[in-house]
Write a protein that binds this ligand. Structure first.
Ligand code: O7M
Length: 211
């Protein structure tokens, strides 16, 4: 089964609660990040916890170990169950996030290769493999890899084995849900659900990946 993670990149608490209310029966997790947290405050995490779904903080944390630790502590105190960190800052910075996540009983995922075209300027083949290997070394729970490039997801799977692959890029960015679903553990979908006239129906349209 591949899970569906809603990327809730709306700008206000009211919109976030409305979309979550409509879609929660059809999704397995919610991911929020700067757009919603800067718009509504970190306390939106507590409000969203009413839906009883894993809540992932997508701040793509990318600092020195001490600052990463401080950020991660805030995240887990706020009620999140997982955090996403960049990997390019290196072993000690990634470990800081993993350690805080695991002490809090949560998860930590490492970005390897991003889904947009510009990702290939610096994060393509070779570097992404090293970042995936670092995620394994640091005992992270999984990686972020691009639904827009299924062949790259296959290559990164070789490195991380059974750890989770969370994959954005379906829908608005052109990736195919049918093609990517069998290769990953969780499909991250944003605009094609929350911008839809009927978000519940849009979320439900991805139900086939959960079977
Ligand atoms: O479906 P979309 O394109 O509206 O949203 C995709 C979400 O995934 C959005 O929250 C992006 O910030 C995020 N994302 C990518 O689109 N590409 C990446 O390479 C990485 C992420 C991500 O979630 O990183 C953790």
């Amino acid at each position: 089964m591949t899970e569906l993670m809603l990327a809730l990149d709306v700008l206000t608490r009211a919109e976030a609660m409305d979309i979550a209310e409509k879609t929660h029966p059809y999704i397995d997790a919610i991911k929020i990040g700067y757009p919603l947290v800067l718009g509504s405050g970190l306390s939106v995490a507590r409000d969203l916890s009413e839906f009883d779904l894993p809540l992932i903080a997508d701040f793509k944390v990318a600092d020195i170990p001490n600052t990463n630790r401080l950020i991660a502590e805030h995240v887990f105190e706020a009620g999140f169950s997982g955090i996403i960190t960049q990997g390019f800052t290196g072993r000690d910075s990634v470990s800081a996030c993993v350690d805080v996540a695991h002490s809090a009983g949560g998860k930590c995922y490492v970005v390897t290769e991003m889904s947009h075209p510009g990702a290939l300027d610096f994060m393509g083949e070779g570097i992404a493999e090293r970042l995936a290997a670092l995620a394994v070394e640091c005992n992270a729970d999984g990686i972020i890899a691009p639904a827009t490039r299924p062949e790259r997801v296959k290559a990164l799977r070789e490195i991380i084995g059974k750890k989770k692959i969370l994959s954005p890029g379906v829908g608005a960015q052109g990736g195919s849900a049918e093609e990517i679903a069998p290769l990953i553990d969780s499909m991250i979908v944003g605009r094609s659900i929350y911008n839809s006239e009927d978000p519940a129906k849009a979320a439900q349209s991805y139900s086939f990946i959960r079977n």
